[in-house]
Design a binder for this molecule. Structure first.
Ligand SMILES: [Zn+2]
Length: 245
């Protein structure tokens, strides 16, 4: 609808002899485009993936080519938003590194095995090791990184993924601005019982600007947002049909 109005306005401007200002028009087109895309893909962006909601069978992430040295893959829309966010951070003086983006199933399996082996080398039984590892590393099929819509973001000078990330000015910048670009802090402190994941100040998830603003402003998790706000029924549709839009 908005695109039609813009088209009509541009056409009218030409008809009346007024030449539309191209950069101005392009900017409007771009913003309308992203709004339409966000509405159309809203369900996909709200796809809930956690230990009790594995990725829907046959889910195919829509990956874009590359970020930061051709090695990071991300969902196309999430990647574009991330690029804008990192550019804005840079303009404010913060250089932020993407430490992890899309991970495929076998990579996630490898990570889990690696973490299990480490815990077992410290004397834990298989059961104890598993219980401790899945506080941070999801079983295959349950990691948001497999959607391509999750990113781990760290400053260049400190790439260790622990709670001290929260003290860095880069992380604080991200917390204040991530919603403007459609990202949320996915595993906040104090919400571990709901997310079933320990506090991870570095892990951000793309959900679109509208949902991100509400989630961040109200201090919600994606679980709370999807179940309380959108409703259980729609949530299950989203989980099953996440890649259909
Ligand atoms: Zn992560």
């Amino acid at each position: 609808m908005k695109i039609e109005i813009l088209l009509a306005a541009a056409f009218l401007a030409v008809l009346l002899g007024g030449k539309p200002d191209l950069p101005d028009l392009l900017e409007k087109w771009e913003s309308v485009d992203s709004q339409v895309e966000e509405l159309g893909e809203r369900k996909r962006f709200l796809l809930l993936v956690n230990r009790t909601h594995p990725l829907p069978e046959g889910f195919v992430p829509r990956l874009a080519k590359s970020f930061q040295g051709n090695s990071i893959l991300l969902d196309r829309a999430a990647g574009q938003a991330l690029e804008r966010m990192l550019k804005a951070a840079e303009e404010d003086g913060y250089e932020i590194l993407i430490s992890s983006g899309y991970r495929d199933r076998s990579y996630q399996e490898g990570l889990l095995k690696e973490d299990l082996a480490y815990e077992k080398s410290r004397g834990k039984s298989q059961k104890e090791a598993y219980a401790s590892v899945i506080r941070e590393t999801m079983p295959p099929g349950c990691s948001e990184h497999e959607t391509g819509m999750a990113v781990d973001l760290v400053p260049y000078y400190n790439q260790i993924l622990d709670e001290r990330q929260a003290e860095t000015p880069e992380n604080q910048w991200l917390l204040s601005h991530c919603a403007e670009y459609g990202f949320i802090l996915r595993y906040p402190k104090g919400k571990e019982a709901i997310t079933m994941v320990d506090y991870e100040p570095w892990h951000f998830r793309y959900v679109g600007v509208l949902a991100a603003s509400e989630i961040m402003e109200e201090g919600l998790t994606l679980e709370e947002y999807v179940y309380d706000r959108i409703g259980q029924n729609e949530a299950s549709v989203q989980t099953n049909g996440g890649d259909e839009t």
